[in-house]
Design a protein around this ligand. Sequence first.
Ligand code: ADP
Length: 801
Amino acid sequence: MKIFKHTKQYIFLISFAIFLSLFQSTAYAENETEKNVLILNSNKNYNNFTNGTESMSFENTIISSINSKFIKSKKNINVAIEYMDYNNNLGDTYSQQLYNLYKVKYENTKFDAVITLDDMNDNAFKFMLNYGDKLFPNTPVVFSGVPSFDTSLVKGHSNYTGITKNPDIKSTLDVALSLHPKTKQIFVITDKTQFGIYHKKLVESLIPLYKNKINFLFSDESDIFKLKKEINNLPKDTVIYFSATADAYKGISDKVISQSSAADILFKDSRIPIYCRASSYINNQSIGGMLTYADSYGSSIGDLALMILNGERPSSIPVTEDTAHNYEFNYLQLKKFGIDLKSLPKGSIIRNAPIDYFNIYKNMFFPIAASIIIFIIALQMFLIIFNIYKRRLAENSLSDNENLLNTLINSTPDIIYFKNDKGIFLEINDAALRLLNISRDDYENINMNDINTSPYFNEDLLDEFETNDRKTWETGTIYRTKEVILNRREETNKIYDTLRIPLFNEDGSRKGLMLLGRDITEHKLNEKNKKLIKELKYYDELKTNFFSNISHEFKTPLNLIFSALQIIELKNRTTEGKDETSEKYIDIMKLNCYRLLRIINNLIDITKIDSGNFSTHFKNDDIVFTLENTVMSTVDYVKSKDINITFDTDIEEKVMAFDSDAIERIILNLLSNAIKFTPPGGSIEVNIQDKVDNIVISVKDTGIGIPPDKQASIFKKFVQVDKSLSRGSEGSGIGLSLVKELVVLHNGIIELESAPNKGSEFKITLPVKLLKGDENCNNEEKFADHSNIEKIKIELSDIYV
Ligand code: ADP
């Protein structure tokens, strides 16, 4: 995160730089008015003695940095430089002469800013304080250097601002002493210039800090050879602090010896370590120290000057101090003195390190470069890890999906297989293996061609598969067919609805074939059953209609026979002398006619009820009266069987809606059964109970009873409990079913309580309802073709008299 944070900063910085550059080019396009800047350098111009390897002097480096700032600003700035050469010319007279010179020189020039450059002195600054107002009235002044600056110096000079600079000599001395712990004395080399004098003073001010530990020796010898002698005589436990200015030493014909050449002459053979002050002072012979930087200092001065040129008032810009110092060391000298790089202060710059660019500019470059590299590496690692993670996830989800697919394929009852273009099974699911009657192990370990060695292997099925696969490739499209598969294990034929999908490559060649098959055996069976049920229903309806029709057809000849018998009977009665035998046979014939009529009537009604064509004739009437009448009409018959019959009711009258014809049929049927199955000497009770909303009619006998296991079935059509039991009397097994249907038509229920040899009780509960107005139909025609007596004769015809 930290790296990312920094990256963001770098990205921001880069973007900002781009933004600035764009911004700057826009500013350039504005083509501002010309500005004039005068640089007063208290030193002299040293550049003319460079010998190729010489670097610029401290002040010239500053000037160069100021200039590059001005150029970058794209402002139209003219820079005039004056080298005041205070190094060798001092005093008020000299300053006065300079004033006179500049007065003449710049009489017609209006400067927008004056920059004073003083390295280890304040000469240019002081010159401006004294003559500035006269020379360049109201011109802002940017001063630099002035190590002994005090705000009181610029009191009354509101157009002054600047950046002071002090060398950090103490840090250089401290690092020298720490790297050479045996040091006893420090040899300080300065010169006789103002700068040298000032510098010596600075070092002297530090002596108390090293009191009793380090001895300080000073030399401002300008004769280089004499100085060299001094150095050669120094004891080994000495460190040199070299701070002579660039023009301190002169050679033959008074020519200034460059600083680096001077250093070579002075220290090349010396075994004494040399430390110095500024970056521009470091040379082949010096180890380094806490150096100050002219370029960064120059940039700061340039920025300040630009602010002024942009209109900022100097009084609004406080005087600051340039603190751009850094430890910088010469790798070659470190090696020479066996100094371990690790013992150097943190963040030190190493100069002359072998192809170690990063070390040289470590302080400037390394944090950014390292952060970028670390960021890139971290990013790469993150991406790699993320990709691995993503791949793992994908793999996991793929394997999950594969497992899921496998589970699905193998748990479905449908058969599935995949074959390649050569017809070799690539995958076959459990259902298909079960059908082929081979295990997965067999399938995986044995070639499909060898699999038929298994005794129960379904070879026919494999053949069937092969044949239909071939047809699929022939048709070249989805092929659907019904396959009847002989399942040898279960020995039942299975019917499969199969779908084959041929898969092709882009070039049209065969890729593979997929089969999906669904077991539709049951479905087919159901279809067959449904058809059968439909057929049965049709035949049942046909039968019902036939019964209904044939029953009516039975009735016509029966009525004719019946009428003929009645005529014979009448004729017999009118003729004298009774033929008793023929009368007896006429009675037998009549009784059997009644029986037939009863069966036919019951058949007609039950079929009518079944087909929903039975019509009821409900009417509000006294049900007690109807029931009593019906029961009373049977008394003679019952008594003839030596059975006692009683009728009892807890109400005299109960008017309700009922079909009197149906109620008569119900009671007569129940009584008929009761008489039939009650031996002589028994009794029959008919009871009516009023339950207000319901009426309960009970027909109870003391007969043979009905076994419990048969009680539920006696209401079903054509059921007789026991042929042998009913043999005492005739019957067709439809009486009770008709009774039940007629009770249901009244929305009533019929219940049975019976115990073998104790008797039976049929209880009918009918809801009490009354019809309103026109619903109450007046139905006269009940059994229209038969009188009441005849009805009884018909209903009781089963009872053999
Ligand atoms: P069926 O015309 O044969 O009488 P039912 O439907 O009226 O037909 O009666 C069915 C059978 O129920 C009879 O055959 C008989 O076995 C038995 N059953 C009916 N009523 C009685 C009863 N009161 N006592 C004993 N058995 C009876």
